[in-house]
Design a protein around this ligand. Sequence first.
Ligand SMILES: Nc1nc2c(ncn2[C@@H]2O[C@H](COP(=O)(O)OP(=O)(O)OP(=O)(O)O)[C@@H](O)[C@H]2O)c(=O)[nH]1
Ligand SMILES: [Mg+2]
Length: 463
Amino acid sequence: MTLPDSDDTIVAISTPPGHGGIGVIRISGKQAFTIANTIIDTTVNIIDIKSHTIHHGYVRGAQSGSITDEVLVAVLRAPSSSTGEDVIEISAHGNPQILKRIVGSAIDSGARQAAAGEFTMRAFLSGRFDLVQAESVADLIAAEGAAFQQVALYQLSGKLSGYIGSIRAQLLDIGALFEAYTDFPDEEIPQQQQAELLAKLDDVTASLSRLASSYRRGEIIRAGVQIPIVGPPNAGKSSLFNAILAEERAIVTEIPGTTRDTIAEKIEIEGIAVRFVDTAGLREAANQIEAAGVERSRREIDAANLVIAVFDVTDRPVEMIQSALFDLLGKYFIVVLNKIDLVSASDVACLDYELGDCQPILLSAKTLVGVDKLVARVASVIRESMPISSVDANTLTNRRHFVAVQNAVRSLTEARAKLEQGDNFELMAFDLRQATNNLEEILGKITTDDLLAEIFSRFCIGK
Ligand SMILES: Nc1nc2c(ncn2[C@@H]2O[C@H](COP(=O)(O)OP(=O)(O)OP(=O)(O)O)[C@@H](O)[C@H]2O)c(=O)[nH]1
Ligand SMILES: [Mg+2]
């Protein structure tokens, strides 16, 4: 895959599609100031003006010469701009047609429409960001939940890169010690030095293993906590889903088998995005459509971090619950007895007693009594059972980083084994080099055009 030409000056609308209070157009590259001077009438000469200043002006059509909009222009000079190049940001009125016309004028004056993620890619190519920081920009824009936003911000600020960089430096030190021995391949490595090297290797490997294990919480932080709502037909799964979201999202009827496909919505609990999924539940399917729905429910349960199992209290579902719990072995689950508005207080107390072991939440999705208790239980399960409470800067949330760290750990384990056996130093140096390369790939010190194209194509245009 070839990357777009980095000598071009690029332009794009950087605000979301649709109408808004303002819309921002960004121009970046060597010609940015000349193009701005051509298309914007201002009292200043943009080419000479101080960096990080804002000016009032009118954009004119490059060909028609007529006024397109009244705007504010921010002038950001290289290298202290978002891309590291000369950047112009035009804040215009947020009308998509006006914004497109301004982009058109910039293109008529020599700019090129930016590709997806091209502004951030330039920040990377100009050395303003490393690859971890560049990737965190997309995360910060998309992140759901305060925890993920916080991690993305840490990554953008360079904290994770700094940590990985410090481990890389340690590896380079150890590598230099190894290289010294490769010059005298026939000599035995003195015992004290060997012990020292082993200790250093163990130290680095432990840091990297800790980093790799942070991905377990990072993955939950990124994707959100997955909570499918399952249970027998008509138990009130869709009603409960709607009650939790406080909106009529899923269809509710008295006909058993109403829900066929899965419907998911996210809300934030404890700073984490929590994805609730209304399902068809697990039941005997009467036809192909139902069977597909049941299969989807099964997949949601497999991927779940926590399962809400809902039962109709009027079914006196003690046995049903016991067999359902057998299906959920090894999963976090919450049992819900729904429709308590239909039974007497003494019936409720009785069932609560019979099911004491599984601490059911008794509620009514209809009157909403008890729904808050369920949400509080979900919050406490997340807090107590999921490894996401300690969100720190050294949390991996990106699968690419995780795989590279794992590979580095593998290479270091190899190197250690060889060192212990007194194997060939050159082979050990090779393993060490591999581990260093893995870390350099994370930071983008080693990259390929394909990797960059793949990473930045996931961004939106204008970012
Ligand atoms: N009285 C009462 N009725 C309820 C309650 N929750 C749900 N219902 C009724 O139970 C019936 C089934 O509700 P749904 O929410 O569609 O149940 P479901 O589990 O999603 O059903 P399927 O999608 O068909 O499996 C509807 O008629 C609801 O109005 C409740 O707390 N109290
Ligand atoms: Mg339903």
